[in-house]
Design a protein around this ligand. Structure first.
Ligand code: S3P
Length: 429
C-alpha cells in the first residue's frame, strides 16, 4: 500500500485520542495469563503486535476474549507451566512478545518454542537467552543467537536467583529477567545502564509481587501468586508522537491528545519537541492503571530549532527517532542524535533506514555509527520505503504534510496504529 498526505494548507487543529498503549497492553495480557482469576482490561488496542501476543498465548493454551468495544478478558492460568506443553508459539513481528514470553516460560518452567517472522528472526535474542542460561534455564537459539528459542524442562533444583547488569538499557530484556526471577529460588538483582520504561515493575507490584526499584537497580523476590488486574489502559504516547510531530512541522498548529500515558520513562518526545521550540501544556493529570495519564496540548511556532540528543533522553524516546528525524528535517540548523546505537536493532536498522529514506526525499543527512545529523530545510520530497518498519512508514508519511511524499509498503503501519491515516486527516482538513 502507498500512503501520501496532501500538503497542509493551514495549521493542524483538533482534540483527539489514540489507541491504548501497546507496551502496557502486552504486559497486561501476559501478566493476567499467569495470575489467579479473571482479568478485565479496557481500551485494549487491536493491532498487529498485540495480536501477536494474544496469538502466541493462545497457542500455549491461554484463553482470552476481546469484545468489539475493546475490553479484553483473560483467564489466568496461575503461575504454572502453560497448558499446551511443547507448543510452538508464533510471535509475528513483535520483539516485546518473544522477549517477555521467553522470561515467562523460564519462570514457569514451560517447555515450548518461540518463533516469529523473518524480521523477528533477525533480531538479537542472546541478550535474553544468555542471562536466562546463567539462571540454569535450558534454552537454545540459533548459532547466531536468534529465534527460534526452544525451552527444555526446568532444572529439578529450580532456577538460580540472578545478579546481572544489562549491557544496554532495554525494558524488554529487563522485563524478561524480572519474569524469570519471579520463579527463581531467591532474590534477583537486575541493574541497567539507563532508565528504560518501568511498566513491568509497576504492574507486577500492583499484582502483589515484591519488586523494589532503587535508581537503575531492581530487586525481585520470587512470587508465584499474582492477583488478577482490571482497569483502563492509557493512550499510547508513542502513537501520539506521530500526531505531535505532524503538528510541530506545520506552523501555527494547535492540537490536544487526551488521555495519554505520561510515565516519565516514556516522555522523552515531549522534552525533545519542547527543546525544538513548540509549546507543550499538560492538563487533567491523573492516574490510570498505575500510570500517570494526562491530556497534552501542543502549539507550534513559525520555526523549529535543531537540537542535540544523547544519553538518557535517547532511552526515554527510543521509539520516536524516525519521527524526531522528520521534525529535524523541518527545523532551523542541525539536529544531531548520538549514543543511539540501539536503534540499529529495532524493526529495521533504524539509523540506516532513517538516513537512507530521508536521503531519498532529498534531505541532507549524515550517518554515524551511533546516530545521525540532519540539516533542516533540505528535504524536497519524493518516494520513501517503509522497509517493513511501521514507525518508519508513519514518520516518512508525515513529511508529506510539507513536501510531496509517497511512502511505499505503508501497510506495515497496521502493526501498531491501524487508524494512523484517519487520525492525521482528522487534524489536517
Ligand atoms: C518496549 C521496549 C523497547 C521499545 C519497544 C517496546 C517494551 O525496546 O523499543 O518498542 O514494551 O518493553 P527495548 O526494551 O529493547 O529497548
Amino acid at each position: 500500500m502507498n500512503l501520501s498526505f496532501e500538503r497542509a494548507k493551514k495549521p493542524l487543529t483538533g482534540i483527539l485520542t489514540v489507541p491504548g498503549d501497546k507496551s502496557l497492553a502486552h504486559r497486561a495480557l501476559l501478566f493476567a495469563s499467569i495470575a489467579n482469576g479473571v482479568s478485565r482490561i479496557e481500551n485494549y488496542p487491536d493491532s498487529g503486535v498485540t495480536r501477536s501476543m494474544r496469538g502466541a498465548l493462545s497457542s500455549l493454551g491461554v484463553e482470552s476474549e476481546l469484545s468489539e468495544d475493546g475490553v479484553l478478558t483473560v483467564k489466568g492460568n496461575g503461575f504454572f507451566p502453560f497448558p499446551n506443553k511443547r507448543a510452538v508459539a508464533y510471535c509475528g513481528n513483535s520483539a516485546t512478545t518473544i522477549r517477555l514470553l521467553a522470561g515467562t516460560l523460564a519462570g514457569l518452567g514451560s517447555e515450548a518454542t518461540l518463533d516469529g517472522s523473518e524480521g523477528l528472526r533477525r533480531r538479537p535474542m542472546g541478550r535474553v537467552a544468555d542471562p536466562l542460561r546463567s539462571m540454569g534455564v535450558d534454552v537454545s537459539t540459533t548459532p547466531d543467537g536468534t529465534a527460534p528459542l526452544v525451552f527444555g524442562p526446568k532444572p529439578a533444583s529450580g532456577l538460580n536467583a540472578l545478579e546481572y547488569t544489562l549491557p544496554v538499557a532495554s525494558a524488554q530484556v529487563k522485563s524478561a529477567l524480572i519474569l524469570a526471577a519471579l520463579g527463581a529460588n531467591g532474590e534477583s538483582v537486575i541493574t541497567e545502564p539507563g532508565p528504560s520504561r518501568d511498566h513491568t515493575e509497576r504492574m507486577l507490584r500492583a499484582m502483589g509481587a515484591d519488586i523494589i526499584s532503587d535508581g537503575l537497580t531492581v530487586r525481585v523476590k520470587p512470587c508465584k501468586n499474582l492477583r488478577a488486574i482490571s482497569g483502563k489502559l492509557p493512550g499510547d504516547i508513542s502513537s501520539a508522537s506521530f500526531l505531535f510531530v505532524a503538528a510541530a512541522i506545520v506552523p501555527g498548529s494547535d492540537i490536544t491528545v487526551c488521555g495519554i500515558g505520561l510515565n516519565p520513562t516514556r516522555t522523552g518526545i515531549l522534552d525533545v519537541l519542547s527543546m525544538m521550540g513548540v509549546r507543550i501544556d499538560i492538563f487533567n493529570e491523573r492516574e490510570e492503571f498505575g500510570e500517570k495519564v494526562g491530556d497534552v496540548r501542543l502549539r507550534s511556532n513559525d520555526d523549529l530549532n535543531g537540537v542535540e540528543i544523547a544519553g538518557d533522553l535517547v532511552v526515554r524516546s527510543i521509539d520516536e527517532f524516525p519521527a524526531i528525524a522528520v521534525a529535524g528535517a523541518f527545523a532551523k540548523g542541525e539536529t544531531v542524535v548520538r549514543e543511539a546505537m540501539e536503534l540499529r536493532y529495532k524493526e529495521s536498522d533504524r539509523i540506516a533506514a532513517i538516513v537512507n529514506q530521508l536521503k531519498a526525499l532529498g534531505a541532507d543527512i549524515e550517518e554515524f555509527e551511533d546516530g545521525f545529523c540532519i540539516r533542516g530545510g533540505t528535504l524536497k520530497g519524493g518516494v520513501a520505503r517503509a522497509n517493513g518498519d511501521h514507525r518508519l512508514a508513519m514518520s516518512m508519511a508525515l513529511a508529506g504534510l510539507r513536501e510531496e511524499v509517497v511512502v511505499e509498503g505503508a501497510e506495515i503501519l497496521q502493526e501498531s496504529f491501524p487508524d494512523f491515516e484517519k487520525a492525521v486527516k482528522s487534524i489536517s482538513v
